[in-house]
Design a protein around this ligand. Structure first.
Ligand code: KIV
Length: 258
């Protein structure tokens, strides 16, 4: 078993797992010291390219960003999202997962869904591809307004059954997106593998956030997002200083000239 995955499994019930997204080298270099998992999420479509849906992210985009991310990752486990329409059947999934791993040296791939894609997950695992699951809100297949999952008893039963099914078929961890607090607790308790929550309460084994949201670079009003910093203020200051010095012919001084 991949040693980094083993380490993550061992954290269950001991210490929280830290997961963050990255789309580039410089950010992953900073994150790597603090994270257990760095995820190249297809959220890059909305965060970097202002797409209205993650469905517009393609394999080439995720691979190019992941190659950059890889350059900054040393100790964390690197997981790459399989984009929409890259795992419609098991052969397509295996071909594309292998391509992602070959070009990016990712440790694992993440796929959205439970029962619906279980044969694909089984096939990837049979072929030694490490897989992270993703349940709850599934941006690649979501239609309409985002609302949390686990409102009805049927939905709760299905989500718990999906989580157990994913575990049985070899995923090493599951992202729970926007799952109601008590259900996130129940799922986390029922599983031997760790759950990584996003908008799914403190009851998960770890937490993931989009880094651009947490540093205040990407402006969003999503309920579960806490902006831990205002990086825009600092970029603004640096750019203002640059502009000021250029206008005043202070920069580049002789020190910065040949
Ligand atoms: O695409 C992404 O960044 C994700 C996380 C938000 C879990 O899937």
């Amino acid at each position: 078993m991949n040693l980094k995955i083993k380490k993550i499994l061992n954290k269950k019930n001991k210490t929280k797992i830290i997961c963050l997204t990255s789309y580039s080298k410089n950010i992953s270099e900073i994150l790597d010291k603090y994270t257990d998992i760095i995820l190249v999420g297809d959220s890059l479509g909305s965060v970097l390219y202002s797409f209205d849906t993650t469905k517009k992210v393609d394999l080439n985009m995720i691979i190019e960003h992941s190659k950059s991310v890889r350059l900054g990752v040393k100790k964390s486990l690197m997981v790459v999202d399989m984009p929409f329409n890259t795992y419609r059947n098991k052969n397509e999934a295996l071909r594309n997962a292998k391509k992602i791993i070959k070009y990016t040296k990712a440790d694992a791939v993440k796929l959205e869904g439970g029962n619906r894609i279980i044969d694909i997950i089984k096939f990837l695992r049979k072929n030694k591809i490490n897989v992270m699951g993703h349940l709850g809100i599934l941006p690649q297949s979501h239609r309409g307004k985002f609302r949390y999952k686990g409102k009805t008893s049927k939905e709760r039963e299905n989500l718990l059954a999906d989580a157990l099914l994913l575990q049985k078929n070899g995923v090493f961890s599951i992202v729970l997106e926007c799952i109601e607090t008590s259900l996130a607790k129940e799922i986390t308790k029922a599983l031997k593998i760790p759950t990584i929550g996003i908008g799914s309460s403190v009851n998960c084994d770890g937490q993931v956030l989009v880094t651009d949201d947490l540093i205040g670079l990407n402006l969003t009003s999503i309920k579960f997002v806490k902006s831990f910093y205002d990086i825009r203020k600092h970029i603004d200051l640096a750019v203002r200083k640059f502009k000021d010095e250029v206008k005043k012919r202070k920069y580049p001084s002789t020190k910065f000239s040949y």
